[in-house]
Ligand binder design. Structure first.
Ligand SMILES: Nc1ncnc2c1ncn2[C@@H]1O[C@H](COP(=O)(O)OP(=O)(O)OP(=O)(O)O)[C@@H](O)[C@H]1O
Ligand SMILES: [Mg+2]
Length: 507
């Protein structure tokens, strides 16, 4: 192997402002090649903003960036690439061209350089080079497949292969594991370790799943309110509790204290519900008023399909759905809302919100009827009021109700999606992985609001692959495996191990 030389990258006194927001305030950050660094902080702390300075997107920063001690200017994504810096954003879909093959996506740079130069494109070379780039990471994907056919984890690998092919020195991964299953996460870690140890890449790893940082990172930087508040090596005596306290700036008990809510009559009942493509089969399930019913299952077990079939987004081919004893079968989400159902969907950026609209419009859109006056005009003042309350309750970090949603940090966008459905007035609320990308403090705020709904006599379905969350908030839980419910448990008599056992096909 070639002699590995050490490269260093230093950010000095970096500040950046957006209208009404100081996103970074005099931040220092250091890294060197071959090492894996954790970057953590509450939603809106400034993690993505800092990394977007490195990737050339936030090009109006002040301060200095030095590579190997020499000052560099990163004023465009192209400049970042030329300096050997690559970033994989959380929205992998945005970064890829879905209609093109994996090979074309991995080789984009080579192809772009040929454009307009009347140069011959050697497709055999493109495919074999793409295949080699994936192979180097130990990944086997048919490079001729269009990217739109790939799973999320595979898309990530395509992006990583593309970054690694550029022989980058520094690589940033912004919340790569949020949508991944445990096995997919392990695979990603293998690739990340390989890149650090064998290819000498310096890697920054952002995540809200704090436990996993201990597995692959050797150093941690903790941000709070646009600043770095702590920066240290990860040693065996460091605890998650300590990290969370630096993040939030206060002591925080990770254990959630569940309130006792009286449980009433059955409000929702499914009998033999089957989705038309059998993505879920013969689902029997009951939800009572005031009850929080967990749907536990691994990624791909059918939780989302179940939620969407109840909500009319997917068609059913058999079975019934009863609300308050009355047969309903929503043929569309619109109808489901009219019946009194609400769904907080999993893929927020695709279906949950309209990112170009302001925060207040997003929060109030699902219950617009509440904000009409006598002559059916929407009263903006009332919308702003309702949005203001939700911003308070969920601790949404935004300079105002009128901020464009796209300008909020990832986790704060997720809080808006949740808030949007909390404003509506439904009988049954379905939450599909509502805490993805949300920090630990905000997670408890969301739990509290869900409990308030239960206390008002609403029925709650809470689908999650984070079994600790099911244990923390649900009264009863159904465990899904391969599109079916395989087990029902009383949460107070169960534990995470049991959920894992049944959700991996144990019987
Ligand atoms: N383009 C932008 N325009 C306006 N404000 C922005 C923009 N980008 C980021 N911000 C603001 O800067 C702050 C920091 O956001 P950032 O995305 O860096 O947070 P984060 O630490 O990555 O949070 P999360 O964990 O939720 O992803 C937030 O208040 C955010 O709303
Ligand atoms: Mg972010």
């Amino acid at each position: 192997m070639e002699q590995q030389t050490k490269s260093t990258l230093s950010m000095r006194d970096i500040s950046i402002e957006f209208p009404g927001v100081k996103a970074l305030s005099n931040v220092d950050f250091d890294m060197e090649s071959g090492k894996i660094y954790a970057l953590v902080g509450a939603n809106g702390a400034g993690k993505s903003s800092l990394m977007k300075v490195l990737s050339g997107v936030n090009n109006h920063y002040t301060g200095q960036v030095l590579i190997n001690g020499k000052e560099v200017e990163i004023r465009s994504p192209k400049a970042a690439k030329e300096l050997g810096i690559e970033i994989v954003y959380q929205e992998v879909d945005v970064a890829l061209t879905p209609t093109l093959s994996a090979a074309e996506n991995i080789m984009t740079n080579v192809l772009v350089n040929k454009m307009g130069k009347k140069q011959f494109v050697n497709w055999n070379f493109i495919r074999s080079a793409a295949k080699e780039a994936l192979g180097r990471l130990g990944v086997d994907i048919d490079v001729k497949r269009p990217v739109s056919d790939l799973s999320l984890a595979e898309k990530q690998m395509v992006l990583l292969a593309s970054a690694a092919r550029e022989r980058c020195k520094f690589l940033v991964l912004d919340e790569p594991t949020a949508p991944l299953s445990n096995t997919e996460t392990e695979n990603l870690f293998k690739v990340v370790r390989y890149l650090a140890k064998e290819e000498n890449v310096g890697i920054v790893f952002i995540s809200h799943r704090l436990a996993e940082l201990f597995e692959i990172c050797e150093h941690i930087t903790i941000m709070r309110d646009a600043q770095v508040v702590k920066d240290m090596n990860i040693t065996p005596d460091l605890t998650i509790k300590q990290i969370v306290e630096y993040m939030l700036g206060r002591t925080f008990d990770e254990v959630y204290e569940k309130k006792n809510v009286p449980i009433g009559d059955v409000v929702l009942e499914l009998d033999g519900l089957t989705e038309e493509n059998e993505r879920i089969k013969k689902i029997n399930l009951k939800v009572k008023r005031g009850e929080i019913v967990g749907i536990a299952g691994l990624v791909g077990a059918g939780k989302t399909e179940l939620c969407k079939t109840i909500f009319g987004a997917y068609r059913s081919s058999a079975g019934t759905v009863k609300l308050n004893g009355k047969d309903i079968m929503a043929r569309s989400p619109f109808q489901a809302v009219q019946y009194g159902l609400a769904l907080v969907p999993e893929e927020r950026r695709k279906e949950g919100v309209i990112v170009v609209d302001p925060v207040y419009a997003n929060i109030t859109i699902a219950a617009l009827y509440k904000f009409l006056n006598k002559i059916q005009f929407v009263v903006k003042r009332r919308q702003l009021e309702a949005a203001g309350k939700m911003i308070q309750d969920l601790g949404i970090r935004t300079p105002s109700e009128s901020q464009i949603l796209a300008n909020l940090s990832g986790g704060n966008q997720q809080k808006v999606v949740v808030g949007k459905w909390l404003v509506s007035n439904a009988e049954v609320y379905i939450f599909d992985e509502p805490t993805k990308g949300v920090d630990v403090g905000a997670k408890h705020d969301i739990f509290k609001l869900i409990e308030d709904l239960a206390a008002q006599g609403k029925g709650i379905i809470y689908a999650s692959c984070e079994f600790s969350e099911i244990m923390a908030i649900a009264d009863r839980a159904y465990i899904m495996y391969d599109g079916s419910i395989v087990k029902e448990v009383n949460v107070s008599e169960s534990n995470e191990k049991e959920l894992l056992y049944y959700s991996t096909g144990g019987n």
